[in-house]
Ligand binder design. Structure first.
Ligand code: ATP
Ligand code: MG
Length: 417
């Protein structure tokens, strides 16, 4: 127990972390290319933010939040998603008073008390972006395009974009009525959670994970058939924008998304390579969320992308992430004087930007070479009495098994040329 991570969490070990760095650096590069700026919000927020933001009939709020009271008896929740905190910060820092749109990105851990399985963790990690301040579908298309281009740049192939419209409160009222009529005769068979959703938020029932309920909602009225003129027009515009950018998509009228705040655009990037956890990225528009949380009526649109699922998909698609060298040069030494000189040289080369290592366990020369091998050093040198007198060393290129004599002061240039 003491030496095991809590269920649903994982250590990311040094042997793996370069893969995370790789996608994180790419993410940052893409967001900045598309004009988004990073925001960092706290790991936890007031519980009410998520109850209001995500919606209290959602699975996330009803059964998945890590909520506790702090010592001052405030209810605190570890963030289960990134949009609500971004919205809170947008309001708190009055970003609505600045030139719109406001384009933000983040890279965060999220916490949800779910049943752990492949691609489903209790602490997972998300890339996310949000555009605030424009109702124009150009913004929806822009973030979809960014997600698409980002995923393509990482070399994933087995991936499809599905889009839908979940309408607005006006058209949703009609759909809700039709949906309730459809579900009325099946009410008794619904799971307990969905029974409670029937009156409060019947659309949530479409998103229920229980297979029995999934069976019951087959043939239910779809939101897409109930869109008001404004929502219909927006959906047409979205498609026109995606077509113009030649981004392939299919329409999936079943996408409802797990969070309540979505309006109009809803989309997912899905794959067949990850079994049941096939959604790598999900997002959409939330035109009423900022107001709902206590700000002015400002629209927004964004997405969240699961980093664990992304890495799993890359692996399933055979993408090889280049592993950076961890040691440019290894300095082996013989004798006390050489050791001190080696220390000085190591520091100088590091200051110039090279990755340099030495043995600090007093291994003999054979042991030092073995260690250099373990470190996968690109070059090695040996400093002994002679080298100190002559001011030169033999520089061994370990990848080519070549060697040449180099002056101490020329080492950096020889290695970097
Ligand atoms: P799912 O339907 O798979 O539960 P979701 O709709 O709950 O996903 P979002 O809230 O939209 O997911 O989060 C965005 C992305 O974060 C998902 O597409 C997925 O890649 C990832 N994600 C969500 N929950 C988890 C989890 N528990 N473990 C790992 N990744 C997750
Ligand atoms: Mg979920």
């Amino acid at each position: 127990m003491l030496t095991n991570v809590p269920k649903g969490t994982k250590d990311i070990m040094p042997e793996q972390v370069y893969k995370w760095h790789y996608i994180e650096n790419k993410w940052k590069e893409f967001c900045e290319k598309y004009g988004f700026r990073e925001i960092r919000t706290p790991m936890f927020e007031h519980t009410e933010l998520f109850q209001r933001g995500i919606g209290d009939t959602t699975d996330v709020v009803q059964k998945e939040m890590y909520t506790f009271n702090d010592y001052a008896n405030r209810s605190i929740t570890l963030k289960p998603e990134g949009t609500s905190p971004a919205v809170r910060a947008f309001i708190e820092h009055k970003l609505y008073a600045e030139v719109q749109p406001i384009k933000l990105y983040y890279d965060i851990p999220c916490f949800r008390y779910e049943k752990p399985q492949s691609g489903r963790l209790r602490q997972f990690h998300q890339f996310g972006i949000e555009t605030f301040g424009t109702p124009n579908m150009m913004a929806d298309a822009e973030i979809i395009a960014m997600g698409y281009d980002f995923l393509k740049s990482l070399g994933v192939s087995d991936l499809a974009l599905e889009i839908n419209s979940v309408g607005c409160p006006t058209c949703r009222a009609n759909h809700r009525k039709a949906l309730k009529e459809f579900l009325a005769p099946k009410y008794e068979q619904l799971c307990e959670t969905c029974k409670s959703r029937y009156d409060k938020n019947p659309m949530r029932i479409l998103d229920c994970k229980s297979p029995a309920d999934q069976e019951l909602v087959k043939g239910a009225p779809m939101m897409l058939d109930y869109l008001c003129n404004d929502c219909k027009e927006s959906f047409e515009e979205l498609k026109a924008n995606l077509d113009a950018m030649e981004i392939p998509y299919t329409i999936n009228p079943k996408i409802v998304r797990g969070l309540d705040y979505y309006t109009k655009t809803a989309f997912e990037f899905v794959t067949n390579s990850l079994g049941a956890q096939g959604t790598v990225c999900g997002g959409g528009r939330y035109d009423n969320l900022v107001e709902e949380v206590g700000g002015p009526p400002i629209p927004g649109v964004g997405f969240g992308m699961g980093k664990e699922r992304l890495l799993m998909l890359m692996e399933a698609n055979g993408v090889v992430i280049p592993e950076p060298a961890c040691c440019d040069i290894f300095i082996a030494v013989m004798g006390e004087k050489a050791k001190l000189y080696g220390q000085k040289l190591q520091r100088e080369l590091r200051q110039k930007g090279l990755k340099v290592q030495m043995d600090n366990l007093q291994r003999n020369i054979k042991g030092q070479f073995k260690y250099a091998d373990r470190l996968n050093a690109k070059y090695t040198i040996v400093i002994g009495e002679n080298e100190l007198v002559e001011g030169t060393v033999t520089l061994k290129d370990m990848t080519k098994s070549e060697q040449r004599t180099v002056k101490f002061e020329d080492l950096y240039e020889e290695i970097t040329k």
